[in-house]
Design a binder for this molecule. Sequence first.
Ligand code: NAD
Length: 490
Amino acid sequence: MKQYRNYINGEWRESARRFDDHNPVDGSVVAQVHEADRQAVDDAIRAGHAAITGDWGRTSPTERAALLNRIADEIDRRQADFLEAEMADTGKPFSMASTIDIPRGAANFRAFADLIKTTPLECFQTDLPNGAKALNYTVRKPLGVVGIISPWNLPLLLFTWKVAPALACGNAVVAKPSEETPGTATLLAEVMETVGLPPGVFNLVHGFGPNSAGEFITSHPDIDAITFTGESRTGTAIMHAAAEGVKPISFELGGKNAAIIFADCDFDRMLDGMMRAIFLNAGQVCLCSERVYVERPIYEKFCEALTQRVRDLRLGWPNDNDTQMGPLISAEHREKVLSYFQLAREEGARFLAGGGVPEFGDDRDNGYWVEPTVIADLSDNARCLTEEVFGPICHVAPFDTEAEVIARANNTRYGLAATTWTSNLDRAHRVSAAMNVGLSWVNSWFLRDLRTPFGGAGLSGIGREGGTHSLNFYSELTNVCIQLDPEPKT
Ligand code: NAD
């Protein structure tokens, strides 16, 4: 049986407590995971501080950029291993893991290698009344040891999205992947060892949240900052823990994202885009559209076309070229999603497609599958339209005016993402800017330039990551101010 160990101070560490890592496709056990205890987390944080006061703390951005590029190259070289681990942990199709998850893992390191070398520091000259000047410039310094807690839905992508900028800025990290997806993070620790990252700079600990490695990191007095991606409720718990030491936090949390489809859109392009926006990764992407508003003249046409496409979706083994959708991550998460299918019935929804559990007649019947599902006819304040489900489900509703749909789309406590489909340029600008979200797409979805800000408003998060926004979170800026007196008169 494969063993996923902790990586602390450049050494692999076993634990007495272990838990099983399951393949969601058929429920089989993939590996045993060594759960880090309080002592292990403590050792990891101490190792991080030692690294920063040692040689790592004296590295230049150019040296760190070179290391980050080597990490990216090594991820590329071991792409097959990463793909295997990612598919075993999540059950997601090869088509997705090979085009999104693993390449983005490497791309995150390259993007921040470039940025740390090229991002200018601020410099201002102040002119004083007596003719003297003051030269101000910023110095970028690491925060210290950063605690990184990440979720299971895009495991390598989201883990490296935090590790890469943290290392680029010269921090050490103690990072915990989700208990559901320990595989690729363990491979990343192997990569760190291979490229010769100094001991203590990257520490990996496995475990759960409360009363386990997650809480041990976030409540540790010597952790200097916390970056977290996961559920909004978990964000509340972590915020409590971080409050004690007034720790900087960066939160990427849940969403209840709206899609707005105008009758003048390119229908076929929109339909392809919306199939991705609703069902990519079985709807387990924080950016997925769970609320779909369609302008009335094309509402019936859209419902029919979407329903047909959903019926044709191929659910299958990750390695099958034909597979378009995989299972949910765990038995527990499937219970949650099925409870929302049931709630939708109780709230009076009409099911246009799905609503149950598929039967395969093979080992997949032991996995954590649900049918891709489309519902309609709920009122805007139904719980199914206000709470994040995080599964392959959307609700479709007609609208009549632009003002009406903007108000309905914004009627949520979340504020992560929106997508608008129209061929009217003025409307595209008006509606996309009116969305109270961090990411507003037009005629597209999940299109990312890693230099742009990423994050959400309201329950969807605090702060922005991406580009210089990440660099600013993962570093402390010191302003140096030097007074330059005027030349003395002779
Ligand atoms: P989760 O909050 O259950 O777990 C995320 C991580 O937090 C895991 O590593 C978990 O072990 C840890 N954790 C749980 N409780 C903790 C605690 N009390 N203290 C410290 N750590 C704790 O989330 P999940 O189920 O893994 O992921 C799904 C959620 O993540 C969804 O809500 C989704 O929208 C959100 N998400 C957001 C983004 C974004 O960028 N905004 C991206 C992906 C996922």
